[in-house]
Design a protein around this ligand. Sequence first.
Ligand code: NAP
Length: 211
Amino acid sequence: MTTAIIGTGGIGSAIASQLASGGETLLLSSADPASARTLAAQIGRAAVVALDNRDAVQGADAVVLALRFTVLKGVIDQIAGLLAGKVVVVPSNPVTLDAHGNLSRVLPEGQSSGKVVAGWLPSGARLAMAFGTMSADLFRSSAHRSPEPTVLFYATDDDRAGQEAERLIRMAGFEPVKAGGFEQSGRLEVGGDLHDLVVGPAQARSLIGAA
Ligand SMILES: NC(=O)c1ccc[n+]([C@@H]2O[C@H](COP(=O)([O-])OP(=O)(O)OC[C@H]3O[C@@H](n4cnc5c(N)ncnc54)[C@H](OP(=O)(O)O)[C@@H]3O)[C@@H](O)[C@H]2O)c1
């Protein structure tokens, strides 16, 4: 299977490296093509640099939008015509950093980022919020744990998107656990109770059930 990774910064490069190590073929795209080229060179044969965002989507079965929340809608608008039937995976947290390094939420308190992103997508696109539940460093260091795998939580209202998110999460070296539908996506974000947790499946399921 081929997955497009749009955005090859902190989390996009970590997701790409983990997926490639699991055997996924990747099409990479970023605002500055040099960034995608550097990552492709690090990954090797499994990664190809796309001509642009649309070219990446056209060649892929699923698309990971590893973008800051504030640029997400603009890129979705650019690729919208190509998304029918495709699974779109979004790791973005709805936060921004000011010049002093202070983090703030860009959506009103309590508003679900999953529902907002779902509203930006064209009909026929299938969304899962996944891969943004831990920092890039923790994500890299927690993959392929044994004997108990680390859980990556995801949220979706779409069963097929959930199946594809689970396949990608396993490919990246984690065990998938669904936190719930989009109304639960706040639990996965920076500041949410399921963010930056390194837990195994049993503890993850009890955390979901406890909520
Ligand atoms: N970094 C983490 O540890 C982490 C962990 C979990 C979740 N997240 C979430 O993931 C999202 C991305 O974070 P990040 O840290 O990876 O940000 P980042 O390092 O700034 O990377 C963002 C990437 O988006 C690319 N980009 C910007 N505009 C684009 C466009 N129009 N078309 C294609 N690519 C475009 C940039 O390209 P260029 O490099 O070419 O400029 C860059 O590669 C954020 O919402 C963040 O909250 C981050």
